[in-house]
Design a protein around this ligand. Structure first.
Ligand SMILES: [Zn+2]
Length: 518
């Protein structure tokens, strides 16, 4: 293949052990194998079908407002890059790999400078996906790692049959998907339709093949990365699939009937290629036309630069339901329970919505009774109030050191220690120093009771220990009170207050034990 640049869409694969000067395969147009893999799994894997249905059910609940997203902060996902190389050239440098991570961190936080070139009609829809990526520092065995594996393979070319995902077939085994995003870079990626830039497995498939595959020359921004796919957007696109995003045109073969299941992206006939001129009208979607600058279209790297608010909702919903334990979050981290087991009501009225601020750790719910769980919302700004969907009461404030709250039918919190609808802002019960650990928070009503605990067993255990420490302290206080009482130094009101606090702590510890199984 003499020429400086390989312009063919289907060049012959380089021979094994080919010289490193061999120019990389560079498809002329973006082509992604995700949907073909998706259809193959749908037809061959009933578990995949069920998992996909469950995921869509969850997403529907989010879209319809029956549930809220569990993660409201930024989720950081550890990445492992499995470099499969046939020639030395394909053994990508650390710098090329890091450049890819950097691109995704810009694209998934909307800090990519080119988002500024969005047409005015679409610019307001561009959204921060609240995800960032980091090369893993700990491998599945707990050992230190660069987050990169390197495997020389006899395969000069792979297809979309997942062979690169197993050491038995010339690839490298996946790391556990509950802790890592697996990315394989490959010498070449073919399909019956032509060379692919990459493909992803949608959520819900086999764990052994979970992740994304990227052609090495479409990976990162330096080294072997080759124009027009040398800005790292192939991985941004494929990770979008891995987080449940569909192609923006709905994969309906220009029928204008398909959907990407996201409301704020225009209906669009088919993929756009290259660097389209705005507007490109299809499916009567004028005057603004296709949102071809979306990462989930097929344009060149330089022409795609945004996710929409609706897409962010979809990928965050998928994180909650499909990958609940993956990544660490700056705020709420645990998923809303999939199984409805409870509801919180005021009197006989409709279930309430609980809103919490962003810096709150709690996030997982356990309910005692039947019914749908309330939705959770977190906010970015300051201290804790509970807000309810119905009109009364609009807001409840908490005091810093009150770990337990009782809500009466009229919505007025009452309890020992005088806490109630206080003057606020009070709140370290949810925010600030008082909530730095995972101490559970218990809500109870005359009808229902529920508790918030961290999903993670270790955190829950620590919360129990913390509560037991508190209990011991109160036992000491009570003993002192008892002595003071015997000596006639304590008023009956003071004694009752102390006993009431003690009783609350005792029941709290019992709840923790029940909830955590400790
Ligand atoms: Zn795709």
């Amino acid at each position: 293949m003499p020429g400086k640049t390989n312009k063919s869409n289907n060049p012959p694969p380089p021979a094994a052990g080919a010289a490193s000067e061999e120019p990389p395969v560079v498809p002329l147009q973006r082509r992604c194998g995700t949907m073909a893999v998706h259809y193959r799994h749908l037809h061959s894997d009933p578990d995949y079908l069920r998992a996909r249905a469950a995921s869509e059910t969850h997403y529907s609940a989010i879209v319809q407002g029956r549930r809220a997203l569990a993660r409201v902060g930024v989720t950081t996902i550890p990445v492992v890059v499995h470099v499969l190389f046939n020639t030395a050239q394909q053994n990508l440098s650390n710098a090329q790999i890091q450049s890819q991570i950097d691109v995704m961190n810009h694209d998934y936080r909307k800090t990519n400078p080119d988002v500024a070139s969005a047409p005015a009609a679409f610019a307001p829809l561009a959204a921060d996906a609240r995800i960032q990526f980091t090369l893993a520092t700990v491998d599945p065995n707990g050992a230190a790692t660069t987050g990169i594996t390197r495997t020389q393979t006899n395969s000069a070319s792979f297809s979309d049959n997942d062979a690169m995902k197993s050491s038995a077939t010339g690839g490298h085994d996946a790391w556990p998907r509950d802790k890592y995003l697996n990315i394989w870079t490959v010498p070449r990626l073919t399909s019956p339709q032509g060379d692919l830039l990459g493909y992803a497995q949608f959520p819900g498939g086999n764990a052994a093949t979970d992740g994304v595959v990227i052609l090495h020359s479409a990976f990162g921004t330096n080294g072997t990365a080759a124009a027009p796919f040398n800005l790292g957007r192939t991985a941004t696109h494929e990770v979008g699939h891995w987080l449940n995003l569909h192609h923006i045109w709905g994969d309906d073969n220009n029928a204008c009937t398909g959907s990407d299941l996201v409301a704020d992206t225009p209906n669009q006939a088919g993929p756009n290629f290259g660097k389209p001129a705005f507007p490109h009208v299809t499916c009567n979607n004028g005057p603004n036309g296709d949102m071809f600058m979306n990462y989930m279209d097929y344009v060149d790297d330089a022409a795609m630069f945004l996710f929409t608010t609706g897409q962010v909702t979809r990928l965050q919903a998928s994180l909650d339901s499909d990958r609940p334990t993956l990544g660490s979050s700056t705020s709420a981290t645990s998923p809303i329970l999939d199984t409805p087991v409870g509801t919180l009501k005021f009197g006989d009225d409709a279930p309430v919505t609980l809103k919490f601020r962003d810096d709150v750790p709690p996030p997982s719910l356990k309910f005692r009774d039947d019914g749908p769980p309330p939705s959770l919302k977190f906010r970015d700004d300051s201290p804790p109030s509970l807000k309810f969907r119905d009109d009364s009461p609009p807001s409840l404030k908490f005091r810093d050191d009150i770990p337990k709250l009782k809500i009466t039918d009229d919505g007025i919190p009452q309890g020992p220690g005088g806490f109630g609808p206080g003057p606020g802002p009070l709140g370290a019960a949810f925010a600030g120093s008082g909530r730095t650990s995972a101490a559970p928070f218990v809500l109870s009503t005359p009808h229902h009771s529920m508790a918030w605990v961290q999903m993670f067993p270790q955190a829950a255990a620590e919360a129990v220990n913390s509560a037991e420490d508190q209990l011991r302290q109160y036992e000491e206080v009570l003993e002192q009170y008892g002595q003071a009482d015997s000596a006639g130094q304590l008023s009956s009101a003071e004694r009752q207050a102390a006993e009431s606090i003690y009783a609350d702590y005792a029941s709290l510890v019992a709840e923790y034990r029940q909830l955590t199984g400790s």
